[in-house]
Design a protein around this ligand. Structure first.
Ligand SMILES: Cc1ncc(COP(=O)(O)O)c(C=O)c1O
Length: 311
């Protein structure tokens, strides 16, 4: 992580090293926070935040699901993010808004605790590496199941829930793989530790449905639209573990990782063992969309410094 100059905290711009919380912050103890992972890219129109509105909407929904009133509206957070990127003089960056229960109340009943908001931005390369995006990665089906809707809320991007991804990630890395693929509580394929998953079989693109405990990924939605625009059939249905091994192509997508082909799962080569043609075709258009090179997806970009058209 590359530190930048300023962080936004509860309405103020503070120096990176001064962006501190008390050790008795509620969210630090009980995971009572929700967050987003967003990226801004350097485009011909200037620095542009990919699907900013959708990310801020999901942040509000994640907070709502945990009974956290948002102290700032979507437009305030949008404007703060624009100013933060400008003041940090960044042309491209990762953006991390965090809404969390703050200092002053301990114990499990959180509704009397304050709700604090911070936004950090910093330069961050592709999460699974540029080589992973090019040549594909090796993944392992995790022994840890993805959190189920009967104990937590897969639709919420909540801090505490990420202990599940952390365990899966540690397991896969210690076993020598680059990423973990988690099954849902029923044993169907769910997603990567921080990415949604797509399987290509017989020319059809398949991805697990909302009911399979996935995070409702914004990259996932973008990929589904791009694949359909390329003329592919995209089906949301449960996927059996064996279908992963027998697939022609598999790829992951998420904001941090972007679109990453999977070339091997549990030591089974996927297809030819190299990124397949459908994965490549979708990846090219997806990258064009991120960098503002495809006019079909121009409205997915929130150009820094340009006033909102929705307010
Ligand atoms: C568990 C999990 N699933 C899926 C995703 C992909 O979501 P998005 O495309 O909105 O980044 C992420 C990343 O935020 C994630 O953490």
């Amino acid at each position: 992580m590359e530190p930048s100059d300023l962080i936004w905290m509860n309405g103020d711009f503070v120096a990176w090293d001064e962006a501190k919380v008390h050790v008795l912050t509620h969210g630090l103890h009980y995971g009572t926070g929700v967050f987003e992972g967003i990226r801004a890219y350097e485009t011909d129109r200037g620095t542009a935040i990919f699907r900013h509105t959708e990310h801020l909407d999901r942040l509000a929904k994640s907070a709502e699901l945990y009974y956290m009133p948002m102290p700032f509206g979507r437009e305030e957070l949008r404007a703060a993010t624009h100013e933060l990127i400008t003041r940090n003089d960044l042309q491209s960056c990762y953006i991390r808004p965090l809404v969390f229960r703050g200092y002053g109340t301990m114990g499990l009943f959180p509704l009397d605790a304050t709700v604090d908001v911070a936004i950090a931005v910093w330069e961050w390369g592709a999460y699974l590496g540029d080589e992973g995006k090019r040549a594909g990665i090796r993944a392992k089906v995790s022994s840890w199941r993805r959190i189920g809707p009967d104990s937590l809320i897969p639709h919420s991007k909540a801090s505490g829930q990420y202990l599940n991804s952390v365990l899966a990630k540690i397991e896969s890395q210690k076993a020598g793989y680059e990423e973990a693929i988690l099954l849902d509580h029923l044993g169907h394929v769910c997603e990567g530790s921080g990415e949604n998953i797509f399987v290509v079989t017989g020319g059809e693109i398949i991805t697990p449905p909302q009911t399979a405990s996935i995070l409702d990924g914004i990259s996932r939605r973008s990929v589904m639209r791009i694949a359909a625009d390329l003329g592919h059939t995209v089906v949301e249905r449960d996927i059996a573990r064996a279908e992963l091994y027998l697939a022609d192509e598999v790829f992951l997508c998420g904001t941090a990782a972007e679109l990453v082909p999977v070339r091997e799962i549990d030591d089974h080569a996927i297809g030819t063992g190299e990124p397949g043609p459908i994965t490549r075709a979708v990846q090219v258009v997806y990258e064009d969309a991120l960098y503002g090179r495809d006019p079909r997806y121009a409205d997915w970009l929130d150009v820094v410094g340009v006033p909102s058209t929705t307010s």
